[in-house]
Design a protein around this ligand. Structure first.
Ligand code: DX5
Ligand code: ZN
Length: 223
């Protein structure tokens, strides 16, 4: 299944409700919510109050990307705020195995993210414990960056390993994904595309429709 996950970091926060509605109506099943702590990444973004506020106006799947050190501290609050999936960074967890179980025991889906320079092999031991793996295609912390080409190889490599082990795990890619390069990520084996600026800059509805059109094309190819 191919999924568009618009990142609200790229949205106009003064009309967030309207922008979220536009992408949901266009067929984006996920909403990607970037939480930053100013330590794991150099800046701050949104947290629980914003997530719980938008939970009231959206029934999309909330894909919460935790760019936060030791994210296990926030699992309960995130669930309360309306998260459906919590994605933690491998680099930010001293006890990744425990953290993944804590997320799943809370009744949520668990994802793990890898920074561009972290090899796929770091997840070898937990591949069968995760619902989604996020390959960062930029260094996390900011929207509107250009994607780092070598991350495409990581997606290919990960898809190969998952197929070999017969594991149905989603591969999400985040950072610099646009209408003109999205096919490269899909061809490499990603099936969940995060996009902030390329969806929300300009006409969010029209942009999201264009993303969805290409994703439906891939879905049709797979039959
Ligand atoms: C960056 C965030 C992304 C960001 C992507 O660290 O994790 O989700 O919003 O923005 P674009 O699509 O503009 O690169
Ligand atoms: Zn993100």
């Amino acid at each position: 299944m191919y999924i568009l996950a618009p990142s609200i970091l790229g949205a106009d926060f003064s009309r967030l409700n309207q922008q979220i509605k536009a992408v949901a109506d266009a067929g984006a099943r996920y909403l990607h919510l970037d939480v930053m702590d100013g330590t794991f990444v150099p800046t701050l973004s949104i947290g629980m109050p914003v997530i719980s506020a938008i939970r009231k106006c959206s029934d999309q799947f909330f894909d919460v990307h935790m760019m936060v050190m030791e994210p296990w501290r926030f699992i309960g609050e995130l669930k309360e705020a309306g998260a459906d999936l919590i994605c933690v960074h491998q680099e930010a967890c001293n006890h990744l195995d425990r953290t993944l179980h804590q997320i799943q025991n809370a009744g949520l889906k668990a994802g793990v993210a890898l920074n561009p320079a972290t090899p796929v092999s770091m997840l070898d031991c937990v591949l069968d414990q995760v619902d989604m793996i996020l390959i960062m295609s930029v260094n996390p912390g900011y929207g509107s960056q250009k994607f780092i080409p070598y991350t495409l190889n990581k997606i290919r490599q990960l898809r190969r390993v998952l197929d070999e082990r017969n594991l149905k795990v989603d591969i999400e890619v985040d950072g610099g994904v646009t209408l003109s390069n999205m096919r490269e990520f899909l061809d490499a084996g990603a099936n969940v595309l995060v996009s902030g600026s390329a969806v929300f800059k300009g006409d969010a509805s029209a942009n999201a429709h264009k993303f969805m059109e290409i994703m439906r094309e891939y879905e049709a190819k797979e039959g």
